[in-house]
Ligand binder design. Structure first.
Ligand SMILES: N[C@@H](CCC(=O)N[C@@H](CS)C(=O)NCC(=O)O)C(=O)O
Length: 84
């Protein structure tokens, strides 16, 4: 089973959509709510990914992007391969 990490914030509709997509597929994930972390965690993440918004999704330490990118992978039939 792939390791899936979602960096989220407390109020974040796109995070909810990403989590729902994964839950529908029966995929377990770890959520790191940046609203509850030291602000430096968010700064470090955004510097690392060069991505400003949340969610920020990693599969097996590979940065996928946000919900749009996750959903695009699913539509293209590529997500299952990444999650295998
Ligand atoms: N296209 C992005 C949209 C993400 C997005 O707009 N996230 C909002 C929260 S739901 C956000 O981070 N807003 C803060 C900002 O734009 O700086 C995705 O699919 O993940």
């Amino acid at each position: 089973m792939a390791e899936v990490i979602i960096y989220s914030t407390t109020v974040c509709p796109y995070c909810v959509r990403a989590k729902q997509l994964l839950e529908r597929k029966g995929v377990e994930y770890k959520e790191i709510n940046l609203s509850k972390e030291d602000p430096q965690v968010r700064l470090d993440l955004m510097q690392r990914t060069n991505h400003r918004t949340v969610p920020q999704i990693f599969i097996n330490e590979q940065f996928i992007g946000g919900f749009d990118q996750l959903y695009a992978l699913e539509r293209e039939g590529k997500l299952d391969e990444l999650l295998a």
